[in-house]
Design a protein around this ligand. Structure first.
Ligand code: ATP
Ligand code: MG
Length: 211
């Protein structure tokens, strides 16, 4: 498969863009892929995670929107399989640039009215640019009506990933140590969730490619 770009977008702060980006990048690497994280958020959360990390991979580069096209060209030349773009939690030129560059946009969303209400502008940009996208429910309770209600609501706007990312300490503790959850606690539930999510994303990318 040629190089694929996945952008993590939503203007809602704290919904889980950075967490999903680095956890998925690590999961992809564990499956033998060469992964690059592009941090486009001036807050630099992914960059801070990388600085706390001992391993040099996945590779991470901190870039401005004006540098994105060039960074993607270089990534292709360097032989990366996957690029994970982390974006700011505000609607900015960086968000639109990341969406434009993406093969697939992942929209993390907590099952809360605030997160749900914040998604339409992101969806509008994705639709305008005719991009494939999927919602991922994050920081969810392990089960219950909040998740099913959120799933129902988001389904009206677009595709919803069937795998939940539950609220678990391991996501926070892994971040603090510069690890993905699959490295931090390989046999834990968070690791299992991320592996399932990653499997689902890869299948989606393959289907998009077949079209
Ligand atoms: N599934 C989860 N369980 C517990 N904590 C989580 C989970 N996902 C994310 N968090 C925590 O929630 C906070 C916000 O997550 P994260 O930084 O990934 O969001 P973000 O969308 O990138 O935010 P911003 O818009 O500010 O960049 C972090 O402290 C992170 O550790
Ligand atoms: Mg972030």
């Amino acid at each position: 498969m040629a190089m694929r770009v996945i952008s993590f977008v939503t203007q809602k702060g704290g919904s889980g863009k950075t967490t999903l980006a680095f956890c998925c990048a690590v999961a992809a690497q564990e499956k033998g892929k060469r992964a690059l994280i592009l941090d486009m958020d001036p807050q630099g959360t992914a960059t801070a995670w990388f600085k706390d990390r001992e391993s040099e991979t996945p590779t991470l580069a901190t870039i401005k929107s004006s540098e994105l096209a060039d960074a993607i060209k270089k990534a292709e030349k360097a032989g990366f399989d996957l690029v994970f773009i982390d974006t700011p939690g505000r609607d900015e030129p960086a968000t639109a640039a990341a969406i434009r560059a993406a093969d697939l946009c992942i929209i993390p969303c907590r099952p809360t009215p605030g997160d749900m209400k914040a998604t339409p502008p992101t969806i509008a940009t994705i639709n305008r640019l005719k991009k494939d996208a999927a919602f991922v429910l994050t920081q969810t309770p392990p089960r219950g009506y909040r998740n099913s209600e959120a799933d129902k609501g988001l389904s009206m706007l677009g595709m919803v990933c069937p795998h939940l990312i539950v609220t678990r300490n391991s996501y926070q503790d892994a971040q603090g140590r510069g690890l993905g959850v699959t490295e931090f606690e390989p046999d834990g539930k968070a690791a299992e969730e991320i592996r399932e999510l990653w499997k689902w994303i890869i299948k989606k990318l393959e289907k998009i490619h077949e079209r």
